[in-house]
Ligand binder design. Structure first.
Ligand SMILES: Nc1ncnc2c1ncn2[C@@H]1O[C@H](COP(=O)(O)OP(=O)(O)OP(=O)(O)O)[C@@H](O)[C@H]1O
Length: 226
C-alpha cells in the first residue's frame, strides 16, 4: 500500500535548512493498522503529510498503491487525495455550521459519480458504524470530544478510501476516550479492509497497533511488527 524509499524533507527557515526527515525507508501493507510513534518534533507530522500527498519530499520516492506520487502533478494529487486517502486530524476539523450528517456527507458532494441514493446510504452506514445514529442532527458544538472524533472517522471513511491517515487523532481526548477511538478505527479496519496509519506519542495508544514505526530525529529506529 505504501512504499517509502530514502525520503528526506528539509524545511527552509530563513537562512538555514532544517532536516526534518533524514532518509526514511518503510513499507506498509494493505490492511495494516500501523502507528508512527515518536516524541514531539521527531518528524511524525512531516512524514504523514508526505504520505498524504499534502507536501512533497526533498528527495526520495513515495509510492501509494503502486503509483509513484512524488512525481505526480497537483491535479493528479487532488484526485488521489479525494479518492484514495481519508484524513483524520487531532483537532477534528469539522464544519461548525453543519450537523453530523452534513459533515459526513461533505466529501461525497464533490464525487459527482456517487448518486443521491448511494450517498444517503453511505452516510447513514458510516454514522451507524461509529455509533452516532442518534446524533445525526446535532452540530459539532453539541457533541463531546470523542463524539466529534467519531464524526471525523465517519467523514474520512465515507469516500471508501484505501488508506486512512490520522495525525495524533487522540491528542485532544482523555485516555479512556482515546482508547475507544483507536479500537473503533481498528474494528473498522477489519470490517472495511482499510489500511490505517496514525501517529502518536502515547505508549498506551501505540500498543494497540499491529505495527509500530518508531521515529527519532527524522529517522525510523525500528519497532514492533517489523
Ligand atoms: N513548516 C516548517 N518550517 C520549518 N521547520 C519545520 C516546519 N514544520 C516542521 N518543522 C520542523 O521539523 C521537525 C519535525 O516536525 P514535525 O512537525 O514533523 O514533528 P512531530 O513529530 O509531528 O511533532 P509534534 O508531535 O510536536 O507534532 C521539527 O524540528 C520542526 O521544528
Amino acid at each position: 500500500m505504501i512504499v517509502i524509499k530514502n525520503v528526506t524533507k528539509d524545511y527552509r527557515l530563513g537562512e538555514t535548512d532544517i532536516r526534518a526527515l533524514r532518509g526514511i525507508n518503510l513499507q506498509i501493507d494493505k490492511g495494516d493498522f500501523s502507528t508512527i510513534a515518536g516524541a514531539s518534533g521527531s518528524g511524525k507530522s512531516t512524514l504523514l503529510n508526505l504520505i498524504g500527498c499534502l507536501d512533497r519530499p526533498t528527495s526520495g520516492e513515495i509510492w501509494i498503491g503502486g503509483t509513484q506520487v512524488n512525481i505526480m502533478t497537483e491535479r493528479q494529487l487532488d484526485q488521489l487525495r479525494l479518492r484514495t486517502i481519508g484524513f483524520i486530524f487531532q483537532s477534528f476539523n469539522l464544519i461548525p455550521v453543519l450537523n453530523v450528517y452534513e459533515n459526513v456527507e461533505l466529501p461525497l458532494l464533490i464525487m459527482k459519480e456517487v448518486s443521491t441514493a448511494e450517498r444517503k446510504k453511505r452516510v447513514n452506514h458510516f454514522i451507524e458504524a461509529v455509533g452516532l445514529q442518534d446524533f445525526a442532527q446535532r452540530k459539532p458544538s453539541e457533541l463531546s470530544g470523542g463524539q466529534r472524533q467519531r464524526v471525523a472517522v465517519a467523514r474520512a471513511l465515507v469516500t471508501k478510501p484505501q488508506l486512512v491517515l490520522a495525525d495524533e487523532p487522540t491528542a485532544n481526548l482523555d485516555s479512556k476516550t482515546a482508547i475507544e477511538i483507536i479500537d473503533l478505527m481498528k474494528h473498522i479496519r477489519s470490517s472495511e479492509n482499510t489500511t490505517f496509519v496514525f501517529s502518536t506519542h502515547d505508549p498506551k495508544i501505540m500498543e494497540r497497533a499491529d505495527k509500530v514505526l518508531h521515529i527519532e530525529d527524522g529517522v525510523i529506529i525500528g519497532g514492533k511488527g517489523d
